[in-house]
Design a protein around this ligand. Structure first.
Ligand code: EPZ
Length: 419
């Protein structure tokens, strides 16, 4: 077991590089299943979730090797066990992303139903309805999705909600289906675009990249290829908020500012001076206390729910009142209780957090509850007076590559301690 210990009060300064995007590399590794031959995925971050996805494919019979730390070589020609067991799925919901690829390439799949998680019920009904619309026969038995199909058939399918992994599952499934598929109300997150680019490079015929309507013409086969994963915009956003909260000045290299426009707008409203190039973002806060900013989460290109917890921490020390509204997940305010224990003045009513900024937070022992909540606690520890300890830090390792090393590079007093 480990904990993170932070001595607060150091403004962040210096520069770091962004890692590859967790929420792009997970669907891309799953999608490699539909390719014949070998794919080489580059700029793969070292994250627990990536390790879990790799292990999931290996137990299916995929030949997968991680070479020179950031490249994964995958050959999925000999899958003999098209399944995703409960033990794996319960640790990582994104395992559901192998359902579409297995079904469209092998005509069968047994995938454990991902249960809910800390932030909400996280249903997958849209994934299943879409695959059934393509002709799959799906039943749920003993907690498993049992899916079978002859070759999937192209169809027109409207997704009742904008779902990132739902869009990704159905998009991958459609690439090898017979005929044309029209997917409507698609997610347009940069991670969906990166997956689409990978599929097109494998030979898929997809029109409408980056829009909410994707038109896919099924092909007979796809070829493995090389693909470099985009930078992780949520990791970048998290470090920018940490710099703004500590009144510091940082530059993040290998970052794409166009993927984070809604977050940069809010950081500017909070008083940060931001400059960008095509592949870097610089933020200066000049030691100022942040202005309060109201936040409304919604699908891309609106403000991302994965940045909500981090902005609650920024608002917790801002010079006034703010309201943060979480519109996607029904239980994504669990970081609030921990922030209140550190001296924040926040009230949660339904899907809103009403935040009255205080001059400073006080260090305290805290517990992480989910990935982005743990990031908000790290930021709180960086700004708090005194020492903050964060327990259950396995959540943070799922989505942030060596977070304490990168923060140390920026002057933070943070360390990981075995307990
Ligand atoms: C993806 O989750 C991300 N995960 C999440 O990031 C992110 O918070 C979320 O998209 C929203 O941007 C990955 O990409 C691996 P959704 P996903 O399906 O696809 C409802 C992180 O911290 N819904 O877009 O599971 C659902 O309940 C993680 O990196 C249905 O009703 O989220 C939610 O209200 C957390 N039925 C809304 O749609 C379905 O079949 C959006 O969920 C599917 C979704």
């Amino acid at each position: 077991m480990e904990k993170i210990v932070i001595q607060g009060g150091q403004p962040l300064s210096g520069s770091i590089s962004a890692s590859g995007a967790k929420n792009a590399v997970l669907p891309i590794i799953a999608a490699s299943i539909v390719g014949s031959g070998t794919s080489v995925i580059k700029n793969v971050p070292h994250l627990d979730d990536v390790t879990t996805m790799n292990e999931l494919l290996i137990q299916m019979g995929v030949k997968l090797t991680v070479n020179d730390t950031t490249n994964v070589e995958i050959c999925a020609d000999n899958i003999d066990n098209p399944s995703a067991p409960y033990e794996t799925v319960k640790t990582m919901r994104a395992s559901i992303l192998v359902l579409g690829p297995l079904l469209t390439k092998y005509g069968k799949a047994e995938v454990s139903l991902p249960g809910g998680c800390a932030i909400g019920a996280r249903p997958v009904d849209i994934h299943l309805k879409g695959l059934e619309a393509m002709g799959a026969k799906i039943r749920v038995e003993n907690g498993y999705i049992i899916a079978k199909s002859e070759r999937l058939q192209g169809c027109q399918f409207y997704m009742d909600k904008v779902t990132v992994t739902g869009t990704e599952n159905l998009l991958i499934a459609a690439t090898l289906a017979e005929g044309e598929t029209l997917l409507e109300n698609c997610a347009t997150e940069p991670e969906v675009i990166d997956l689409t680019r990978y599929l097109i490079n494998m030979g898929a015929k997809i029109e409408g990249i980056g829009t909410s309507v994707l038109r896919i013409t099924g092909v007979e086969s796809l070829q493995g290829c090389e693909h470099t994963v985009i930078p992780d915009r949520i990791e970048v956003g998290t470090f920018l908020v940490a710099a703004a909260a500590t009144g510091g000045e940082i530059t993040i290299k290998k970052a794409n500012p166009y993927d984070l426009e809604s977050v940069l707008i809010k950081l500017r409203q909070a008083g940060a001076e931001i400059s960008t190039t095509d592949d870097s973002i610089s933020l200066k806060m000049h030691g100022k206390r942040p202005n309060p900013v109201n936040i409304n989460t919604a699908p891309h290109p609106a403000f991302p729910t994965d940045m909500q917890a981090q902005f609650c921490t920024l608002n917790a020390i801002a010079s006034g009142y703010s309201i943060v509204t979480e519109n996607l997940f029904e239980n994504r305010f669990m970081h609030i209780n921990e922030l209140v224990r550190m001296g924040a003045d926040i009230t949660v009513a339904n899907k809103q957090a009403i935040i009255n900024g205080v001059k400073h937070l006080n260090g305290a022992p805290t517990t992480a509850t989910d990935l982005r909540a743990s990031a908000s606690l790290v930021i709180a520890g960086l700004v708090a007076k005194g020492i903050t300890e964060i327990f259950d830090i396995h959540y943070i390792d799922r989505g942030y590559e060596v977070i304490e090393e990168k923060l140390n590079q920026l002057g933070a007093k943070i360390k990981r301690v075995t307990i």
